[in-house]
Design a protein around this ligand. Structure first.
Ligand code: NAD
Length: 367
């Protein structure tokens, strides 16, 4: 089976779908791997490194049009659809609802497309879980951005020039990104507290050395699948007041809260920002889906009421080497699951295939 790896063309995308090490493993497993010239350059993976592991390097039209499966980070660019082989397959990381027109075009081209955003969070799919691997990168990088933007040290320092207190970091949302943010802030020496509507995370937060902020929530805020649910209006109002109090004490707030397929919930209102200490920093990694802070401007760094508010987009791309390495591992695990004996094995009874397949045989399966 022939696998193609194009150069990512989206603005500010530095990741590549396969790093040379992963390409080499696929070659050993019997796949032919064709990489577009310069595909890995943003992630410090030169063409020669791919050649050294048995992959070939070719132009874009070959990589998209003459392979069985295209492995990529971002969904296809609309202008590229005609370059894909009719009836071919692709795996990428995208929310189908974000661009229904593109999904329609992929169906018209009879592409079998999979999105790892839709992968079920089940134990046997853990090695393919790109949402988790990329959220790990985002949580880590958010803390580094905060450390650069704040005027303070993270650790407590006792020096001849005086004693400086440790920074107080508040992490909102303790899923994969939030837990990584907690761990990173702790390693830098901050005093960390965290909040999430899912009570199940309390122990995980505490095991990382952070305090878990308790708010009585009367409704059940967790789905059977382990994700958060949208809160009722009344509980949300209580949450906003509770978090406004917590934010007053913080030097840094990292927000990571999300509800799958929905706009991010607002956790820090404009009034809460006004109540924060001047010089405080908010890093809102939910900026891409609307933001957890009412004042966040996606893709910008702004200052409101003396508080620096960062709304970074595509954080995983800013750590391209390790983000690509992890994503390549996820993709390889997915590919070896769906490809058997040189053919795609589309068992739609298998939740891994059923849930991730967006278009197949001219039809849109996941609008
Ligand atoms: P996510 O990115 O959808 O959300 C991030 C966090 O925001 C979640 O912890 C959520 O509870 C929280 N949140 C949502 N609304 C909130 C609000 N109003 N206030 C405060 N916090 C709010 O979640 P995720 O990080 O992708 O993963 C969440 C769940 O998936 C976890 O239970 C995790 O353990 C589970 N998971 C399972 C597997 C597996 O079993 N293979 C793999 C990865 C993750």
């Amino acid at each position: 089976m022939k696998v193609g790896v194009p150069k990512e063309v989206a603005a500010n995308e530095r990741r590549v779908a396969l790093v040379p090490d992963a390409a080499g493993r696929l070659v050993k497993a019997g796949f032919a791997v064709v990489v577009e010239r310069g595909a890995g350059s943003g992630a410090a993976c030169p063409d020669d490194a791919y050649k050294a592991v048995g992959a070939t390097v070719a132009d874009r039209a070959t990589v998209l049009g003459q392979v069985d499966v295209v492995l990529q980070v971002q969904p296809p660019a609309a202008g590229d659809i005609a370059l894909y082989r009719e009836g071919g397959a692709l795996v990428a990381l995208f929310q189908p609802g974000a661009d229904p027109g593109l999904v329609q075009q992929m169906a018209q081209r009879k592409l079998t497309s999979f999105s790892l955003v839709l992968l079920p969070r089940i134990t046997r799919a853990q090695s393919m879980d790109a949402l988790s691997s990329q959220a790990t990168v985002a949580g880590y990088k958010a803390v580094l951005l905060a450390a650069v933007a704040t005027g303070r040290f993270f650790p407590m320092l006792v020096t001849a020039a005086g004693t400086l207190p440790a920074a107080r970091v508040l992490v909102l949302g303790a899923g994969v990104a939030g837990l990584q943010a907690i761990a990173t802030a702790r390693r830098l020496g901050a005093i960390v507290s965290a909040f999430d509507v899912r009570p199940a995370v309390k122990e995980q937060v505490q095991s990382l050395g952070a305090a878990f902020l308790e708010m009585a929530i009367e409704e059940h805020a967790e789905t059977a699948g382990g994700y958060a649910k949208e809160l009722s209006e009344e509980t949300h109002r209580k949450e906003l007041a509770f978090l406004a109090g917590a934010a007053k004490e913080a030097d840094i707030v990292i927000t990571t809260a999300a509800i799958p397929g929905k706009k991010a919930p607002i956790l820090i209102s404009a009034a809460a920002v006004e109540g924060m200490k001047p010089g405080s920093v908010i890093v809102d990694i939910a900026a891409e889906t609307g933001g957890n802070c009412e004042l966040t401007e996606a893709g910008s760094e702004i200052v409101r009421h003396g508080v620096v508010i960062l709304g970074p987009l595509n954080l995983p791309s800013t750590l391209p080497l390790h983000a690509s390495q992890m994503y390549a591992k996820n993709l390889s695990a997915f590919l070896t699951h769906v490809a058997k004996d040189g053919q795609l094995r589309l068992d739609f009874e298998d939740p891994i295939i059923k849930d991730t397949c967006v278009t197949h045989a001219g039809e849109v399966r996941k609008p």
